[in-house]
Design a protein around this ligand. Structure first.
Ligand code: IMP
Length: 183
């Protein structure tokens, strides 16, 4: 992205919460942790589209193991900043996950609704193990078992590094809260 585009998009941010450098350092740590934990059972990483793509791309290159990757498409938001309460599968996995050590990679766990739906769905396919790695975790009553968390996230609507508002801001290298006038 050119500096001009970045500045233009960043004008809609209230505040930068996590810089590109902070994200890179934390993703490297997460990758090293995952590599240690899965050393004897190479994982299948399941990325949740679309928001996971920069995170997953950086994470897999920090995991020093012969892993595999698949994707699922889920959608719980329209072009709004609040959950519609309805989760839709927009793309299913390519292969069976029976007997696999599955690590779900998600950009953000907010209400937990999407993740709960997904974990219930994946459990019925009998993986050998099932864990979650979320870059951001918002505070809330979700009580979901998220094994790996990049950063606890303030209770604001955030964009950048894969996270969007109405399809925009995914290519910002940092993560920030979106100004209300930009919504
Ligand atoms: P949940 O079902 O409320 O946990 O929301 C999960 C999904 O909603 C995430 O995968 C994101 O795609 C989206 N989402 C939740 N909070 C935000 C946010 O602050 N910014 C952008 N997308 C969000």
């Amino acid at each position: 992205m050119t500096r001009r585009t970045q500045l233009e998009l960043a004008r809609d941010l209230d505040k930068v919460l996590f810089s590109a450098e902070q994200i890179a350092a934390r993703v490297r740590e997460l990758g090293e942790q995952v590599a240690q934990d899965y050393a004897d059972r190479p994982p299948l990483l399941v990325g949740i589209l679309c928001g996971c793509f920069p995170f997953l791309a950086d994470l897999v290159r920090s995991i020093d193991l012969p892993l595999r990757v698949d994707f699922m498409g889920l959608s719980s938001y329209g072009d709004d900043t609040a959950s519609s309460g309805v989760v839709r599968t927009t793309k299913d996995l390519e292969r069976s996950i029976e007997g696999e050590h599955v690590l779900v990679v998600e950009d953000i766990v907010d209400t937990g609704l999407t993740m709960r739906y997904l974990l219930d769905n994946l459990r019925t396919r009998r993986p050998a193990s099932l864990e979650v790695c979320a870059l951001l975790h918002k505070p809330g009553p979700q009580a979901l078992p998220v094994r790996y968390v990049g950063f606890p996230c303030p209770d604001a609507f955030v964009v950048g590094y894969g996270l969007d508002y109405a399809g925009r801001y995914r290519n910002l290298p940092m993560i920030g809260s979106l100004r209300s006038h930009a919504r």
